[in-house]
Design a protein around this ligand. Structure first.
Ligand SMILES: [Zn+2]
Length: 174
């Protein structure tokens, strides 16, 4: 799995792409990171640690194993530090939780991620979190297909690669 997040602004871009931040919020967060470079570096480290813990939890569960306490404790600490889920806000297409950001910029930024992880963990669709069947990939994905039988994180990337590989092996065997 190649690393796609190298610094704080990559994290912000990822949040923006995933609609976890609005355009104006991301501008606000980026300007905060420029005036607080030290805090931004530690917020970045915190985001990566949290991602590893969340990946650990869902990765273990998707592989049919139990989640480790260390990872759960990490998520629980982040949930405790997250600002309260006080209000919802309109987005273009629907709604999302509004995050009260103050001095706890990192906790506020990461709040939607820890909330989603907690919701997914306690909800009815935990079994839909899967590990990609491509062993070189190891991405976790959420299977939102109707049949719930997806095996690859994305058909474009891993699904097609697997098909090409099978095709190649079949041809070699002939
Ligand atoms: Zn994959």
């Amino acid at each position: 799995m190649s690393e796609s997040l190298h610094n704080f602004s990559d994290v912000v871009a990822w949040f923006l792409a995933g609609s976890l931040l609005s355009q104006s919020e991301s501008a606000q967060v980026l300007s905060w990171s420029r005036s607080n470079p030290v805090e931004a570096v530690s917020a970045f480290a915190e985001a990566i640690d949290l991602r590893e813990a969340i990946y650990g939890i869902f990765g273990h569960l998707a592989a049919g194993r139990d989640a480790e306490d260390e990872h759960l404790n990490h998520l629980n600490r982040a949930l405790k530090e997250a600002p309260p889920r006080g209000a919802v806000a309109r987005t273009g297409a629907g709604f999302r939780w509004r995050i009260e950001r103050d001095q706890t910029m990192a906790a506020g930024l990461l709040a939607p991620v820890v909330w989603s992880a907690g919701d997914l963990l306690t909800g009815k669709h935990l079994g839909r979190v899967r590990l990609c069947a491509n062993h070189q990939c190891l991405w976790l994905f959420y299977d939102d297909s109707l049949r719930g039988a997806r095996r690859w994180c994305s058909m474009q990337a891993c699904g097609n690669r697997a098909k090409t590989q099978r095709h190649y092996l079949r041809r070699k065997a002939q």
